[in-house]
Design a protein around this ligand. Sequence first.
Ligand SMILES: O=c1ccn([C@@H]2O[C@H](COP(=O)(O)OP(=O)(O)O[C@H]3OC[C@@H](O)[C@H](O)[C@H]3O)[C@@H](O)[C@H]2O)c(=O)[nH]1
Length: 448
Amino acid sequence: MSDQSSSKIISETISNTSNESGNNFGFIESVTDINNRKDNLIKTESNIEEETSTFKRNDEWFWDTNSEQIFAQDSKTIIAVGHASVKSIVPLELLRHIYLPQKPHDRIFDPTTRTISYLQPRSYLPVNSLIQGEKKRILVTGGAGFVGSHLVDRLMLIGHEVIVLDNFFTGRKNNLAHWIGHPNFELIRHDVVDPFLIEVDQIYHLACPASPPHYQYNPIKTVKTSVMGTINMLGLAKRVKARFLLTSTSEVYGDPEEHPQAETYWGHVNPIGPRACYDEGKRVAETLTYAYMHQDSVDVRVARIFNTFGPRMNENDGRVVSNFIMQALKGEELTIYGDGLQTRSFQYVHDLVDGLILLMNKDYMEPINLGNPDEYTIREFAELIRNEVNSSSKIKTLPAPTDDPKKRRPDILRAEQILGWKPRWPVKQGIGETVKYFKRQMEAGLIG
Ligand SMILES: O=c1ccn([C@@H]2O[C@H](COP(=O)(O)OP(=O)(O)O[C@H]3OC[C@@H](O)[C@H](O)[C@H]3O)[C@@H](O)[C@H]2O)c(=O)[nH]1
């Protein structure tokens, strides 16, 4: 996303208050500005029911009541994420300040010695002050991972108390460094395969490696994580009467014979193939979730997540988005597996987080697909990435992985009808933001 006038004020405030040594003195002033802006956005949204016109407009932004979207003046640039019904609206600049800083807030990288000096955090982003009853204790398993850390950011900003469990196999402490020490936040190194007891109101159960090379690296461990991890978390939910949300996957549909895939489709999975540890693991996780619901009245939610991308993806993750972006940035060949005619539909991470929070707070127990139906062949997708990175990288063809699904696109009617959710981020805009993220990570010496 290009720098827009609407967000410039905030960006400038932020960059002006960071001094040369990279520490964050004066940061409080800038975030107060951001918070005021957030209040304005939320206030405007609650007033909007009384408005007869479709758009609420001021000098910097306007609110489109039809799409429930807040845009910049150009009517296209997204400047806020979230939904009023669950109080999750946050100005995009606030989130970008965390994952896309001009300079990292908490460290100085010295390119000569290639050392990093970590700074003592002095202040945190402002979180809402929720009244008793509104403020929940929320457990996020896998909260240090790519999706988990974005979810944690949003839950923290909403004002909840958040406890993260992560074994750091694919998760990273750095993804959450900006919350460590905050009174509402706790980070615990723990593997969900082992039982864990805590008093909480809600559990978002994300813990599991999600990229094919990672989950196939140790397939027995992947099955253990899905099965024993889910039993442990459902057992906890039962014991403390917490609401439990399972992050399942589009991989439960396998190599689908139905297209697009609706939640009613039972799937087409090879139970003994290399992907089975993840696909069947998640299918059993769903089975367990509904067994605990029927047998023990656990209050459950199931999200089936389709291909998702965004900042904080692991650069070596092995999935197509991070592979292509990193290859294009380094001028290396883009690796297409197979003929490249297989399709995927890619959603930007902020949309997914919106969907997860809406689902957790809705009274609906059947599985719900969360994905962007915008479908690309992998070859088309390689082209899109090359254009976005402005790269002249060539394409290299490698053998197709066993059981690689030939097509995938979510049917999201249920999410639209039940949650009032649909993706807001065009794929190109999300890719632009992700490319920026990887570039900044490279410049900061954090990835090579
Ligand atoms: O470098 C690459 C990487 C991947 N690919 C292809 O791109 C497509 C997408 O591959 P990815 O590894 O990104 O993701 P997959 O769709 O195979 O699996 C994903 O599905 C949904 C999620 O639950 C998980 O994140 C993940 O398992 C596949 O067809 C793959 O073969 C390439 O052509 N080149």
